[in-house]
Design a protein around this ligand. Sequence first.
Ligand code: ADP
Ligand code: MG
Length: 247
Amino acid sequence: MNDTSHAAKAPALQLSDIRKSFGTVDVIHGIDLEIQEGEFIVFVGPSGCGKSTLLRLIAGLDDPTSGDINLNGKRVNTVPASERGLSMVFQSYALYPHMTVGQNLSFGLENLRMERAEIERRINDAATLLQIDHLLGRRPGQLSGGQRQRVAIGRAIVREPVIFLFDEPLSNLDAELRLQMRVEISDLHSKLKNTMIYVTHDQIEAMTMADRIVVLRGGNIEQIGRPLDLYNHPKNKFVAGFLGAPQ
Ligand code: ADP
Ligand code: MG
């Protein structure tokens, strides 16, 4: 056997020359990216630049046209979404309106044929963490926007994913709630220490939440770096503009 005792740990996520076309339209142009375990990565870029598509490829909701996706050193191109150990939180909460909050949280786990006691434990842990214990018996229609978004995050947490994927989760909320939820998601990352990939077009979210920001433009990575490094040393006006840096 090879001596791997000194080998560096495999990245949580590694994308190698990922491309995606829809018909004749090339949307992702060959993306290489390594994300280390526990990092909070933010994807920013203009509408239509491929942020959601890239997230869907990572999640396994869509297949790349070419390139490799590795999770913890294992190629997962052909691994179905449900077996990748990832949880995705969308901008539209996608809660089931006819189910209670508790049922919304347990639904995905029941499909995994998990034991009831384990489901209860996970729901109680997530509800405590997100302070939604008192809402478990309500239906989504009886919740505020912020409460609904907490439930959507709760549904991601109960799966105990290795990576969380967030696609503009706060863009439907008003400014005050967005600020509050931004702090809560950052707190969640401090507590859970999971790898998180967070898509936004909000420069304040990017600057305050990210360990590293990935700036996307037209299906390519324009620049990657720590928020202040990008802010102080943007590669060009496009990056500067995106981060609200002086140009
Ligand atoms: P973003 O999330 O950055 O706004 P998207 O990833 O949603 O961008 O979309 C990137 C480009 O890919 C857009 O031009 C969009 O119209 C196109 N696109 C996304 N999904 C599909 C699809 N299923 N079929 C055809 N084109 C698509
Ligand atoms: Mg999008």
